[in-house]
Design a binder for this molecule. Sequence first.
Ligand SMILES: Cc1cc2nc3c(=O)[nH]c(=O)nc-3n(C[C@H](O)[C@H](O)[C@H](O)COP(=O)(O)OP(=O)(O)OC[C@H]3O[C@@H](n4cnc5c(N)ncnc54)[C@H](O)[C@@H]3O)c2cc1C
Length: 479
Amino acid sequence: MSTKFDVVVIGGGPGGYVAAIRAAQLGLKTACIEKWLDKNNTPRLGGTCLNVGCIPSKALLDSSHKYHDAKESYGVHGITVGDVAMDVSVMVDRKDKIVDQLTSGITGLFKANGVTSFEGMGKVLSSKKVEFTAHDGTVSVIETENVILATGSVPVNIPPAPRTGDIIVDNEGALDFRTVPKRLGVIGAGVIGLELGSVWARLGSEVVVLEAQDSFLSVCDIDVAKEAAKVFKKQHMDIRLGARVTGSEINGEEVNVTYLDAKGEEQKQTFDKLIVAVGRKPFTDGCLAADSGVKLDERGFVFVDEQCKTSVPGVYAIGDIVRGPMLAHKASEEGVMVADIIAGHKAQMNYDCIPSVIYTHPELAWVGKTEQELKADGVKYKVGKFPFAASGRAMAANDTTGFVKMIACEETDRILGCHIIGAGAADLIAQAVIAMEFGSTAEDIALTVFAHPTVSEAVHEAALAVDNHAIHIANRKKR
Ligand SMILES: Cc1cc2nc3c(=O)[nH]c(=O)nc-3n(C[C@H](O)[C@H](O)[C@H](O)COP(=O)(O)OP(=O)(O)OC[C@H]3O[C@@H](n4cnc5c(N)ncnc54)[C@H](O)[C@@H]3O)c2cc1C
């Protein structure tokens, strides 16, 4: 292979493929190496996000939500639907079709933008050379001016519950059940555990979530976490905190799990399926030659600065393999930033304004600081809260759980954080992200006109509530 590239991206997930498209748009001669093969050994772009993460999980969340709504909530509107049934195979096949469509869409985008696609493994050698091993084993060396490493992450395995491929599974297996497990165990009450647990709980599984930490959703604002705990309990998700799994034993078609409960007493529970969702770790296996010079940090992440530059000039790393939240949109924006830097533009990313979402129903979404973080930092703040129960549009939609909580600096009124639990929180949070990105105050949002009736009005009212001016709730104190 004699062609020299300006940029070679290793990894075609939301970090890598976005970086490659942006680099090509900026006129850089770009290639992307991706090793993913699907169940039929067909090469696939899109990484974890499109193949076994964000997209397929949301497809199942949406299908199972519609089923649950039809079964439990249509009656309120006067709609009779008779016996509601779910054909799990149709649901899973639909999910697979969406994945096919989106991953081949990226192949099309690569062609349209002139990105050269290499199917196989990439490895960073010294002097910015990249070794490429095609799926048929052929090895070649690609010359390039710049390398962007975007090799993503893989699920963490725990010795007491090794994956079996059918009964004990990770996120990938949990997206492919062909029948609804009667008894479903989930290890880990994080984003992935709660989302996948919700899918199967809505379809009728008895879900038990075993979480080693004593507190629930400690990454979230404390009020949101408390409300979420109440909501999931009502949804019959049995979340057991302080539960440390110590062993698992397959017995025919089921698995017996042993764990220590919060009191340190041994407990046993039998499940038909067990999802291990205890987190993800950066994946750098085989992608760095011993003399590449690229340094990892003590937790195995590729060490980078604020601009995703590694310890080797011209080699960048983005997405799940570097510090920061493991989120697709964070990976993509880092990809854009790095492509811009390589093209000679000034670029930076605001790591304080990255939204996080848990796509349960209601959704949980947040950006910026939590109340407990501000307390710990000794920052003086004001809080405005507005419940969806007081929103006309939420009432009309029969979806009134949750609230918007806005936090602003006591001195400057600048928005420091926004925390939402409620239907559509994932989309509502964008309003707070934009406001924070522009350095807005709560008053700026309060002075903005919101369409009526919309659930967005709850964001407006929460901003008004920061200074006790909310219209549709009794304010905390008289002024
Ligand atoms: C079940 C689940 C649900 C999720 N839901 C969401 C969500 O709703 N929203 C959200 O923001 N995030 C979500 N995530 C997280 C999101 O998927 C990741 O943050 C995102 O995919 C990271 O992007 P990336 O490009 O860094 O890595 P990845 O998407 O992991 O892509 C890395 C790619 O690199 C390839 N690769 C690795 N090594 C090599 C090599 N040496 N040569 C060639 N190719 C290589 C891999 O095959 C892979 O395709 C979810 C994750 C899971 C598991």
